[in-house]
Design a protein around this ligand. Structure first.
Ligand code: GLY
Length: 341
């Protein structure tokens, strides 16, 4: 795969009749009017109070605000949103425009998937995390008290505008959260992301994700590699009740996955060192928080990861690249935990 394309800032997610473009670059939110679906008369702009960015669809537009934080990812919030859209008279031929981080794109995308049995939506992700992950690939949904993202739909956007200008005002903690996902992309292909500036790196990450999604939209197999580093990350987030930023948890999870792979003879020590170099290069942690000192509790949480498809499946690196591996010995899982303490 080449990192350069005819226009390095427009990446197509190739899904046949549901294909769409992801625009990456400073000021691309101003392209909104030109990427709206044909025939849309009104826009439902869904956003959060603290975003600080607005968009002009050029259509008659109503603004709907969802509360801040992960708590907004609930069925109650989707119901409230759909009822407000109904009161405003929006129909299937109109368009939802999601402006915000992953919470907004997940909730608004899911509302778009179910309102009037499906309406079109455009995402304008305003965090690094959403630009390189959440807003790309059509996973939409909300949490249940029983777990994250347990209710949702694969519902592809009509277009995505990743405006890098909005990242300049992103709080450092939010930036770190996205950098964990960005670090992940260093290991999914043989491409050298180190040589790229931030905008090009985001575009490269989007291109990698677009290729994976195009090959396996509904996560029948290959798409699972996007969860590289996420088994320990999800356990950390659950055990720590989301105290650690997602990207920081993924960062530790990447190191852990490398340590597991090394113990299974899948990669050598140089490759483990490469993981540490990339993660520390983003200023991200390589060790578990001290409070998470119970290996048994963490291992129990591995088993509850909803991505576990057949016993415990871990995404691990190898000479062939990153791939799902079933049946990693428990002794290896335990021993590798010591390497991230
Ligand atoms: N965030 C993982 C995926 O989109 O499949």
């Amino acid at each position: 795969m080449s990192l350069t394309a005819p226009d390095p800032h427009v990446v197509t997610v190739d899904l046949g009749t549901r294909s769409y473009d992801v625009h990456v670059g400073a000021g691309v939110r101003d392209r909104l009017g030109s990427v709206l679906p044909e025939g849309a008369r009104r826009a439902a702009v869904v956003t959060q109070g603290d975003i600080g960015w607005t968009v002009d669809s050029g259509l008659e537009q109503s603004v709907f605000t969802v509360p801040d934080g992960e708590e907004a990812k609930s069925l109650a919030e989707v119901e409230r949103l759909c009822r407000e859209m109904s009161e405003a008279g929006l129909t299937r031929s109109d368009v939802v425009v999601a402006v915000g981080g992953g919470v907004v794109t997940d909730v608004a995308g899911f509302a778009a998937a179910v309102y009037h049995r499906g309406m079109r939506y455009v995402s304008v992700p305003t965090t690094l995390l959403a630009q390189v992950d959440a807003a790309i690939g059509g996973k939409t949904g909300v949490n249940l008290p029983e777990g994250k993202n347990l209710v949702g739909a694969f519902w592809q956007p009509h277009a995505v505008l990743c405006d890098t200008e909005v990242l300049a005002t992103l709080p450092p903690a939010e930036m770190r959260s996205g950098q964990g996902e960005l670090a992940k992309y260093h290991f999914l292909t043989g491409d050298d992301l180190d040589v790229l500036d931030l905008t090009e790196r985001i575009a490269a990450a989007v291109r990698i994700k677009a290729d994976v999604v195009a090959a396996d939209e509904r996560e029948g197999g290959r798409r699972a590699i996007l969860n590289y580093g996420h088994t320990l990350a999800h356990a950390i987030e659950t055990a720590g009740r989301y105290d650690l930023r997602h990207g920081e948890a993924v960062a530790v999870g990447l190191i852990y996955a490398a340590e597991v792979a090394a113990r299974m003879g899948r990669i050598d020590t140089d490759r483990v060192a490469e993981h540490r170099r990339v993660v520390t290069g983003y200023g991200l942690p390589v060790r578990l928080p001290a409070m998470l000192d119970d290996d048994d509790a963490l291992l129990a949480l591995f088993g509850r990861d909803k991505k576990a498809v057949d016993g415990l499946t871990l995404i691990l690196d190898s000479d062939r690249g990153v791939e799902p591996v079933v049946g990693v010995p428990e002794a290896v899982l335990r021993d590798a935990l010591a390497a991230v303490r």
